[in-house]
Design a protein around this ligand. Structure first.
Ligand code: PGA
Length: 236
């Protein structure tokens, strides 16, 4: 199966012009490479970027209606998105998203045919308390409650293991710990699993070749086309 390399730009950059520069840089560098390269820009740039697979960074779970400021799964689908990030730790932390909210969002995404990139991962305190696996298992089980056999085929779900303490810190997870968690996750749900958290051009390869991940979810480094292209090349 093709490796899935996902760019999560978060709330960057400030203009469509800059977004196009980054996007075109990735596009030309990734040309001809046999990987599923997915760009997840802010919503406002989705319509202006063409030529790579697109994903949204979030959705609201209701179909439509009086929910000022929100974006539905169908809206992303109609814009041509194939994927959507669901349950990113920044959404859980800053916007108080619960496992139950994540469950509703996953259902909504799947119901319109978007492939969720379902993010899970423990905080530093949870890891230090020996609870990393327990937390990840809870997030997956509640997240997928009621949809295990409901329009959810294996190819219609990607799990992302992103230890919260490794995101944006430069303190990436060790390959050993990442590998252990991957084996644990695959026992719960045998789907594609990507690793995220301070991935860069130097460490990308080890998560794929040594730990055995099916791809990567990249934040900071995905805004630097040269480095992101290196990550893609190292991963195939
Ligand atoms: P990072 O972010 O690569 O900057 O650590 C990853 C993510 O949050 O998806």
């Amino acid at each position: 199966m093709k490796k899935i390399i996902i760019a999560n730009w978060k709330m960057n950059p400030n203009s469509l012009e800059e977004a196009k520069d980054i996007f075109e840089g990735i596009k030309s560098g990734a040309k001809g490479i046999n990987a599923e390269v997915v760009a997840c820009p802010p919503f406002t740039y989705l319509a202006g970027l063409k030529g790579l697979t697109l994903g949204g960074q979030n959705i609201f779970y209701e179909e439509k209606g009086a929910y000022t400021g929100e974006i539905s799964a169908q809206m992303l689908k109609n814009l041509g998105c194939k994927y959507v990030l669901i349950g990113h730790s920044e959404r859980r932390k800053y916007f108080n998203e619960t496992d139950e909210d994540v469950n509703k969002k996953l259902k909504s995404a799947v119901s319109v045919g978007l492939i969720p990139i379902f993010c899970v991962g423990e905080t530093e305190e949870e890891r230090n308390a020996g609870k990393a696996e327990e937390v990840v298992e809870r997030q997956i089980k509640i997240g997928l409650a009621g949809i295990e056999n409901w329009k959810l085929k294996i190819e219609n779900l990607v799990l992302a293991y992103e230890p919260v303490w490794a995101i944006g810190t430069g303190n990436a997870c060790s390959v050993d710990d990442a590998k252990k968690m991957l084996e644990f996750i695959k026992k719960i749900k045998d789907v594609s699993v990507v690793y995220g958290g301070s991935v860069n051009g130097e460490n990308a390869k080890s998560y794929i070749k040594e730990a055995g991940y099916d791809g990567l979810l990249v934040g900071g480094a995905s805004l630097r086309p040269e480095e992101f292209v290196k990550i893609i090349r190292e991963s195939i």
